[in-house]
Design a protein around this ligand. Structure first.
Ligand SMILES: [Ca+2]
Ligand SMILES: [Ca+2]
Length: 226
């Protein structure tokens, strides 16, 4: 076994342990440090970690399939765009049904597969210091390796923090809570490498569904003046 294969085998073993733990508990801390939050009855999801001056947008004001203009949540300091890592163009809209994170409305893109989410905080001159969010998918479906990247500039050239969460193929409906922290975050892109493996013995047995995730409970803390 080559070192790379051995590493891959170890990762699969760790993820398998994580998956079996998931089946027994609604909240699991994954090997990468993210938390897996199962679908819980409305109102039972733990609130985002308390922080002073935090602002949370829960998207519960949206109707099913309602298109979200980029500045809909601007009064709360949040702008939502389609991200540059998208594989197709699209729009952001309210989830249709069977929402995965806490039984409430979440965000999806239309089309569901392809467009990524980009969050900006244009009304805070020094950006925000932390962003947490819930991201996930309906089960049992593809695996979603979800990445949150935080940038210190509007042009997305300087990466200052990132977080990763994994939802395995076949995992039940659920979300991972991911968070990034830095002195000044101006923008956050959320992407997912999502694949469904029909046959691990054949490249043609792997289907890709990039960025096929739901998003909910975006929480952020405005940065103070330096
Ligand atoms: Ca919600
Ligand atoms: Ca997916």
């Amino acid at each position: 076994m080559t070192p790379l294969l051995r590493l891959a085998a170890l990762m699969v073993a760790a993820l398998t342990i994580s998956a079996s733990a998931f089946a027994q508990s609604s909240v699991v801390v994954n090997p990468d440090g993210s938390e897996t939050v199962g679908t819980l009855p409305m109102g039972n999801l733990p609130l985002p970690a308390v922080c002073q001056a935090c602002i949370t947008v829960d998207f519960n004001d949206l109707a099913s399939g309602q298109v979200v203009s980029p500045d809909r949540y601007r009064t709360q300091g949040l702008r939502i765009e389609i991200g540059p890592s998208s594989t197709t163009s699209g729009v952001v809209e309210g989830s249709l049904t069977d929402v995965p994170c806490d039984g409430t409305r979440s965000l999806k893109t239309e089309p569901f597969i392809g467009p990524s989410f980009l969050l900006r905080f244009p009304d805070f001159p020094h950006g925000v210091t932390r962003v947490s969010l819930d991201a996930g998918d309906l089960g049992a479906s593809d695996s979603d390796s979800i990445t949150v990247k935080a940038f210190s500039d509007d042009a997305l050239t300087t990466l200052v923090a990132f977080d990763i969460g994994v939802m395995l193929q076949g995992a039940p409906t659920g979300c991972v809570r991911l968070s990034v922290q830095a002195e000044s975050i101006k923008a956050v892109e959320i992407t997912s490498d999502s694949v469904y493996v029909l046959s691990s013995n054949s490249a043609s047995g792997v289907s890709s569904y990039p960025n096929s995730i739901f998003l909910d409970n975006v929480t952020f803390e405005p940065a103070p003046a330096p």
